[in-house]
Design a protein around this ligand. Sequence first.
Ligand code: 1GP
Length: 244
Amino acid sequence: MKIYQTLLEDCSAGKKKFAVLIDPDNYSIQALDNVVKHSVEAGVDYFFLGGSLLVTDHHARIISFIREHSAIPVTLFPGNNLQLNNQADGILLLSLISGRNPEMLIGHHVISAPFLRASNLEIISTGYMLIESGTATTANYMSNTMPIPSGKDEIAVCTAMAGEMLGMKLIYMDAGSGARNPVPPSMIRRVRDSIGIPLVIGGGIVGPDLARAAFDAGADLIVVGNAIERDPGLIPLIAKTRLT
Ligand code: 1GP
């Protein structure tokens, strides 16, 4: 319960959190070394690890490298059950509640359950919501689901409330990796006002201004992947937006 308990305590104290998303396909060990160094210096809260589709097989090596070079918790953010690994600290057990694909709602979880039960991973049940972002994302294609339209705040609100009522511990609204438009602040605000559990926002946050906008609208934790792959120097700048 360490990752979730700390997140809950920090959220109730109004402390904002920042996760760096590592898509194993997009990192050499040298590039990872640079991002891990920046993340340690800037006090990044979590590494999330995963992608909608992986085409390389150095997932395990990436986890070991991060574990050897930092104490920042590594949380799996798996696109499918080939991305499970017992060396991480925890896993966002994602149920894609914005979609109507039974495999993404419960099917993969059934297959993964024996592995997860036998593992030491901290399991964090997450209501995962894809939000339309102006372009087709890998997440939408691979999940075979339709995202929530970006102007339909009420659909997002009702979906998040249902996730909380079903006992999920987090709501994660994601515009998808490399999204042209991030989750709109108005939608973040409406959802934040409607649920009591921590709210995670990711997808298309490309710099400190968008990070600050997401926090100001009510995000408890933001996730940034693509922009950091392009420029790890953004890590300290985005980390600072937690405090302002
Ligand atoms: C995607 O929310 C994450 O699932 C991060 O998105 O890569 O666009 O930052 P970006």
